[in-house]
Write a protein that binds this ligand. Structure first.
Ligand code: NAG
Ligand code: NAG
Ligand code: NAG
Ligand code: NAG
Ligand code: NAG
Ligand code: NAG
Ligand code: NAG
Length: 530
């Protein structure tokens, strides 16, 4: 019933904004075509204004090759007017951006975000949001490609990356939206994950009027120390022939040992760790002995155990300040490929070469805590995005923050650290923060995408699990902003292929999920937030 009410609500809003009536489609096409002559944006070059009918391919032919992996051919399920332009941000920098203006307009504006050091529009997020009737914008974040090389000797491009590209895209995108739809827009939203999560938080901190509702996942905030933390793995593991190195096969053994020690702490031995805070594994149980001998994948040498202990310990500066928290246990099968592989972490390599030292031959194997302290002190354009006072945003906005508890790229402990930082800075208890800031811990979710558990929460096309706001973080945010109904949980779906295997309600921090029965683990009502 809630679903049909919701859809009815959308239809009513869409009707209120439709301008044509009988011949809506062709009049929309004419409107889009004439918009090419009407659109006016300062400091901009308009590349194209294109009418995209339902069922036609959304062309990616103009997407640079370095961004092709984010740009799959998609047959459009909705009709829209597609605008592409460049906007100058300084004498040495410019952004590329697109605005997708759907005919089924809901009266809502939305900006998407980026990933990594990118550099690329996430077209699948545009498809997702514009398909819901949002006037949707995206930028290339000031440069094309998932690389830091453009920061080298050009701090303007770095400034775009830190905050300016998204904000410019929002200012310009809102202007385009007002020029295209005579009624303008009612509410403004943001949705992004990873670097996109950081960009959402940057807006909250620096441009608190940009959005009424922000959905920010797995944020790459505390960015410089995230990079430092990523840089630490190579000197910790050494390369694949070092005595300190731990093999992929040994990481499987370590993962099994983590589950042996921690899986049932939430009441359910289901292979999913609900709250990694409860998991403080002792790896000395894996030390080799006379029956399991060194060199076997079923045990670790003392030197290797030290490597593993470091990985699961915070990164400290040159005093007792934690720069970045530990990797959360549970993510190691994937993290072994991302971080523990004896190779440089490319984002750290780029950051130190093109930002910190402006030295393209800097050697990532040479990284020490002294480098971390130098990088941390720079924090150009406050790219770290870790401001604890968000009181300006509190006055009008809402933020839904989520993080996967199996994230192998950005430790979910970083999100907990930020939540506490905001609470401490603003002197607000969790129940007071609930008024405008809610953080959800998503067990069984990897980095912005699915993992071993119920990780599909509607944060994009690939994780769509239904139109009920309880299953869909974007629609949950719309309901919170427009109807004042705040989410108390986020329900995730575990798919087996296209079949729903089970659903699980994920808790609002600082509550944690506990299996209480009597139903099976797959029964969402057999769990309780405590
Ligand atoms: C869209 O492009 C894809 C791949 O190039 C092609 O397979 C498909 O038939 C095209 N669809 C339409 C509707 O043109
Ligand atoms: C408008 O949205 C409805 C429901 O999502 C969809 O069936 C229809 O094709 C859309 N129409 C256009 C013109 O995009
Ligand atoms: C648009 O800006 C990007 C940098 O963000 C640049 O790479 C590209 O060449 C520009 N496009 C045009 C047509 O000027
Ligand atoms: C690993 O590092 C050592 C010491 O720096 C070096 O001698 C060796 O060639 C490297 N091995 C590999 C596989 O890269
Ligand atoms: C030897 O190590 C193996 C593998 O870690 C373990 O299962 C076994 O219990 C250990 N034996 C003793 C006597 O500690
Ligand atoms: C400890 O180190 C951090 C990071 O290097 C620095 O910001 C902080 O001021 C230092 N604290 C003290 C008490 O020296
Ligand atoms: C997943 O789907 C496959 C194929 O339909 C089926 O054989 C398998 O039992 C399913 N697994 C679970 C856990 O439901």
């Amino acid at each position: 019933m809630r679903l049909s009410l919701l859809l009815a609500g959308y239809a009513a809003t869409a009707n209120a904004y439709a301008h044509g009536n009988v011949d809506k489609r062709s009049s929309f096409q004419a409107k889009c075509e004439s918009f090419a002559h009407q659109i006016k944006v300062q400091d901009a070059t308009i590349h194209s204004v294109t009418h995209v009918p339902i069922g036609t391919n959304i062309s990616m032919s103009n997407v640079p090759a370095v961004c092709a992996s984010d740009a799959d051919d998609t047959s459009s399920t909705f009709e829209f007017c597609r605008v592409a332009l460049n906007v100058t941000t300084s004498s040495k920098s410019q952004i590329f951006m697109e605005a997708w203006l759907p005919s089924n307009y809901s009266g809502r504006f939305l900006s998407t975000g980026n990933g990594g050091l990118g550099g690329c529009i996430q077209y699948s997020d545009m498809v997702y949001a514009a398909g819901y009737g949002f006037a949707t914008v995206a930028t290339n974040n000031g440069h094309f490609g998932d690389t830091g090389v453009y920061f080298y000797h050009n701090t303007e491009v770095l400034e775009d990356y830190a905050y300016r590209a998204i904000h410019t895209g929002v200012v310009v995108g809102k202007e385009i939206t007002k020029q295209f739809y005579t009624k303008g827009f009612d509410k403004s939203y943001y949705m992004g994950c990873s670097t996109g999560g950081r960009e959402g938080w940057k807006s909250i901190q620096k441009f608190p009027d940009d959005f009424d509702g922000v959905v920010a996942g797995s944020p790459a905030f505390n960015l410089v120390n995230l990079i430092n933390w990523g840089a630490r793995f190579l000197p910790t593991t050494g390369n694949s022939s070092a005595a300190t190195f731990v093999t992929d096969a040994q990481w499987i053994t370590i993962h099994d040992e983590i589950l042996r020690q921690c899986d049932d702490l939430d009441g359910a031995a289901d292979g999913i760790i609900e709250d990694p805070d409860l998991c403080q594994p002792i790896f000395e149980t894996l030390l080799c002995n006379s029956t399991a001998s060194a060199g076997s994948s079923s045990c670790l040498t003392g030197t290797q155990v030290k490597t593993v202990n470091t990985i699961f310990s915070p990164l400290y500066g040159n005093n007792d300040t934690i720069l970045y928290p530990r990797m959360q246990p549970g993510s190691e099968l994937t993290a072994a490929y991302v971080y523990y592989n004896g190779q440089p972490f490319s984002y750290a390599e780029d950051w130190f070469r093109y930002v910190v030292y402006s030295n393209p031959s800097w050697d990532p194997a040479s990284w020490t805590v002294n480098d971390a302290v130098i990088a941390d002190a720079q924090d150009p354009y406050q790219v770290s995005t870790f401001q604890g006072d968000i009181s300006a945003f509190q006055k009008k906005g809402k933020v839904l923050h989520y993080h996967g508890m199996e994230d192998p790229i950005i430790s979910s402990d970083s999100s907990k650290m930020y939540y506490k930082h905001v609470a401490d800075t603003m002197n607000l208890s969790p129940s007071q923060l609930d008024e405008f800031y809610r953080f959800f811990t998503i067990s069984g979710m990897g980095h912005c995408s699915t993992g071993d558990g119920a990780g599909s929460i509607g944060q994009g096309v690939g994780t769509f699990a239904g139109n009920d706001p309880e299953d869909n973080v974007l629609l949950a945010m719309v309901r919170w902003v427009e109807e004042g109904i705040a989410p108390d949980f986020v329900r995730g779906t575990k798919f087996n292929g296209t079949e729903v295997e089970y659903r699980r309600k994920h808790c609002k921090y600082p509550k944690r999920n506990k299996y209480v029965g009597p139903g099976a683990y797959e029964d969402e009502n057999a769990w309780k937030c405590v």
